[in-house]
Design a protein around this ligand. Structure first.
Ligand SMILES: Cc1cc2nc3c(=O)[nH]c(=O)nc-3n(C[C@H](O)[C@H](O)[C@H](O)COP(=O)(O)O)c2cc1C
Length: 210
């Protein structure tokens, strides 16, 4: 009987664990008028710890960095179309890496680690914390010498371009968003198993707010 109980608890624990996620197709029409979204764009701190739907998550990530062209180009511009940015997604159920190619999420770590993404109190409440990482190795394939400082600047430009889209989508949902430079890079580097080839640019909280 005791053995059965242990097996049952194990089954419940395993089935409640997070897994890779195949996202539904994003919504590519609708929302509020673009100018209304621009007029409403601002940085929030009054996030509430409410989950968003899978459909909203799908559209959010497509806006942030999905493919919007038949030739595989993205919702934001990248220098030489080198698509060097990786978006990590921290949520209550787990931490994921977003894969634009098949619009899916790969589970990196199970469980709620939003608190790891910064010291400000609202960070752990935002439904989603996005981390924008530049994979500088992508530049090795460019075929000509680009100054290192220019490469790093492109990383921040790519993050900024993506984040403005997220700000506008958040405005269209009545959510909040906030760009963040203040986070512990070393802690996150270790947590995510990243290397010095990964340029930590910015983070962004997004989700329902008061
Ligand atoms: C590059 C950058 C870094 C930022 N870093 C932080 C941060 O670490 N923490 C924070 O609370 N807000 C941060 N912000 C948000 C700014 O404080 C906010 O954008 C600014 O007060 C202007 O407000 P608005 O976005 O509503 O116009 C950052 C914004 C930018 C653009």
């Amino acid at each position: 009987m005791k053995k059965l109980l242990v097996l049952f608890v194990l089954f419940i624990t395993v089935s409640a664990s997070a897994a890779d996620i195949e996202l539904p197709a994003p919504e590519k029409t609708g929302g509020i008028d673009i100018l209304d979204a621009v007029a409403a764009r601002q940085s929030a701190t009054d996030f509430v710890d409410e989950e968003i739907s899978l459909q909203q998550l799908s559209t959010l990530l497509w806006v942030a960095g999905g493919i919007n062209c038949d030739d595989g180009k993205l919702t934001y511009a990248t220098a030489l179309n080198n698509q060097d940015m990786i978006i990590f997604v921290f949520m209550r159920e787990g931490t994921y890496r977003y894969n634009p190619a098949d619009h899916s999420l790969t589970l990196i770590r199970d469980g709620d680690n939003r608190v790891l993404t910064g010291g400000q109190p609202f960070v752990a409440k935002a439904a989603v914390d996005l981390l924008y990482i530049q994979d500088t190795e992508k530049w090795a394939k460019v075929g000509r010498k680009i100054p290192a400082a220019d490469i790093l600047n492109c990383g921040f430009a790519h993050a900024g371009l993506s984040m403005q889209g997220v700000y506008l989508y958040a405005a269209s949902q009545g959510w909040g968003a906030r760009t963040r430079l203040s986070f512990d890079k070393e802690k996150l580097k270790e947590f995510l198993g990243l290397t010095d080839k990964h340029n930590f640019t910015l983070m962004q909280c997004v989700g329902p707010k008061n």
